[in-house]
Design a protein around this ligand. Structure first.
Ligand SMILES: Cc1ncc(C[n+]2csc(CCOP(=O)(O)OP(=O)(O)O)c2C)c(N)n1
Ligand SMILES: [Mg+2]
Length: 363
């Protein structure tokens, strides 16, 4: 009964006409600036986004073939956010914190695809030793503070990393401690308490953190416009005296430019930024979601703004690369993704004698 009511409410949401608001915001958005890139950087951005896209497509295939268990949330459509933000930061120096939709953040942060795929298969070679699975990717080496299944759970963890960076520099005198932390989370997560508590502390202490909201309009089946007092999340920064910015989250060059501004602010000791990226997920909430609630017209609007196709148009029209260059990258990525599947399939399961290992930190 309760479930029937919930389903009915979700269906009503699609019929209210509110579905256009997110699209209208994107259409009316004035992009402050777009990153200027050379050929090598352009290719690197395309490579990172292609790895994210094709890795996720392979995950869907493997999930439906019964190779993965539990919930798996894919990132298709949102790649420009991960690539744009993490690409503007320093790998293995800055810190990243994610959600249950974490595979692509891990890849952008440099966690090897073999380790990510192994983790999804629950294998010992996974980045969390097969104990975490899809929603709990972790890598100390690559400064990935974790994926978190509870929404908002990662935000205070990221805040702690940002505090550590400042504390080491100012209290412990470590002059080179200038790392910046990026916390990624969704629009739905901005309605819970931890978000506001962390914004307050971050601004109070001028912490080097970027709150990256991936506003894909939906929190499972809840339309963002029905769930929040002001759908323009970036404006909530002003209540804390914090810098806030909205950006086209389907445009990797715009995201990169906004992230560069936020990183520069954080590293200079000027404090945090709330960066709202307008984006869309091309698949259902998780692979268990048949995705029947969202309007076809809405899906089409966003599909036309596929961030990979947009970057290809930009790079080719600027004369930086040829389409053949990009097809060659796709071929390389396909081989890399197949390699990581083969590796994960043949990797060992964790040994049952080690069931309680890794619960506490080991040196
Ligand atoms: C504390 C908590 N409450 C509820 C849930 C159930 N839940 C899982 S995903 C989700 C929606 C989150 O939406 P959003 O923040 O927009 O992220 P997206 O899935 O769109 O990336 C909810 C409510 C949860 N995981 N954790
Ligand atoms: Mg969302």
């Amino acid at each position: 009964m309760g479930q029937d009511i919930a389903m009915e409410t979700e269906r009503t949401a699609v019929g209210t006409g509110l579905t256009g608001a997110h699209a209208e915001r994107l259409s009316g958005l004035v992009t402050a600036s777009r990153a200027q890139v050379d050929r090598d950087t352009g290719l690197a951005l395309y490579r990172d986004m292609t790895l994210g896209r094709r890795f996720e497509d392979k995950c869907a295939e493997m999930y439906y073939r019964g190779k993965m268990f539990g919930f798996v949330h894919l990132y298709n459509g949102q790649e420009a956010v991960s690539t744009g933000v993490i690409g503007a930061m320093k790998r293995q120096h800055d810190w990243f914190c994610s959600t249950y939709r974490d595979h692509v953040h891990a890849l952008s942060a440099g966690v090897p695809a073999r380790e990510v795929m192994s983790e999804l298969f629950g294998k010992e070679t996974g980045c969390s030793k097969g104990r975490g699975g899809s929603m709990h990717l972790f890598s100390k080496e690559h400064h990935l503070l974790g994926g978190y299944a509870f929404i908002g759970e990662g935000i205070p963890v990221a805040l702690g990393a940002a505090f550590t960076s400042r504390y080491k520099r100012e209290a412990l005198g470590e002059a080179d401690s200038d790392s910046v932390t990026a916390a990624f989370f969704g629009d739905g997560t901005c309605n819970i308490g931890q978000f506001y508590e962390c914004l307050n502390m971050a601004q109070l202490w001028k912490l080097p953190i970027i709150f990256v909201v991936e506003n894909n309009k939906w929190a499972i089946g809840m339309d963002h416009n029905r769930a929040t007092s002001d759908p323009e999340i970036w404006r909530k920064a002003a209540s804390f005296g914090m810098a806030g910015e909205e950006v086209d989250g389907m445009d990797v060059l715009a995201v990169r430019a906004a992230a560069e501004r936020a990183v520069a602010r954080a590293r200079a000791g000027e404090g945090p930024t709330l960066l709202e990226c307008l984006t869309y997920r091309f698949r259902g909430h998780s692979l268990a979601d048949p995705d029947e609630l969202r309007a076809e017209e809405e899906k089409q609007f966003w599909a036309q703004r596929d961030p990979l196709k947009a970057l290809e148009r930009d790079l080719v029209s600027a004369g930086l690369v040829s389409s053949e260059d990009l097809r060659a990258i796709e071929k390389e990525i396909d081989a890399e993704v197949q390699d990581c599947v083969d590796f994960a399939l043949s990797a060992p399961e964790p040994d049952s004698s080690e069931l309680t290992r890794y619960i506490w930190a080991e040196d």
